[in-house]
Design a protein around this ligand. Structure first.
Ligand code: IMP
Ligand code: MG
Length: 175
């Protein structure tokens, strides 16, 4: 049993909801009302994905796709990314927004972006809820960013602590 007294609130649910509303507007303006395809990265991005998706205006057509990847070496990214579940549909000509929970070293998103760019989409952008930019090891452009954070181990709002605690409705860190 994990010790929940180690969990400290970093970002409250209300702040996340407000930021998702702002991000949806930013994305919508960027694509000028054109249709977009949100590509959620399982499992971590699920909660952020659904909150973000609710805030697009009904004037914009939004499609959903999901994929799942892992780095070969567990928690810490090694740069070798394994795709476990791929997209289900062709993305040629589409405006893609990769929706991710957190960017750390950048290996995961760099790999996913390069992989999707080979499929002739119109454009591939990245939207991440959290950005630990102090940990970056490879250059990746983050087009839409929820919150910039320090180097802490984050759990909740989709992020796991050895697969549990994804369901906590706020962003916490382990003390
Ligand atoms: P990157 O390839 O180093 O950018 O790693 C990104 C992935 O590492 C994320 O999709 C998460 O699954 C995981 N990750 C990085 N930092 C944390 C954290 O603080 N808590 C939980 N998972 C994390
Ligand atoms: Mg992830």
């Amino acid at each position: 049993m994990k010790d929940n007294s180690l969990l400290k609130v970093l970002i409250k649910e209300e702040e996340i909801t407000n930021r998702c509303n702002e991000l949806a507007k930013e994305i919508e303006n960027y694509f000028n009302g054109e249709p977009i395809t949100l590509v959620g990265i399982l499992n971590g991005a699920v909660m952020f994905f659904t909150e973000l998706a609710k805030h697009f205006s009904q004037n914009i057509e939004v499609e959903y796709e999901f994929m799942s990847c892992c780095s070969y070496d567990g928690r810490e990214s090694t740069g070798v990314i394994n795709v476990k579940k791929d997209l289900e549909n062709d993305i040629a000509g589409k405006n893609i927004v990769i929706v991710e929970d957190i960017i750390d070293t950048g290996y995961t998103l760099k790999h996913i972006k390069e992989m999707l760019e080979k499929r002739n989409p119109k454009e591939v952008t990245i939207c991440t809820m959290l950005d630990k930019s102090c940990k970056r090891q490879v250059d990746v452009k983050v087009d839409f960013r929820g919150f910039e954070i320090d180097d802490k181990f984050i759990v909740g709002y989709g992020l796991d602590w050895d697969q549990t605690h994804r369901n906590i409705p706020y962003i916490a860190y382990l003390e």
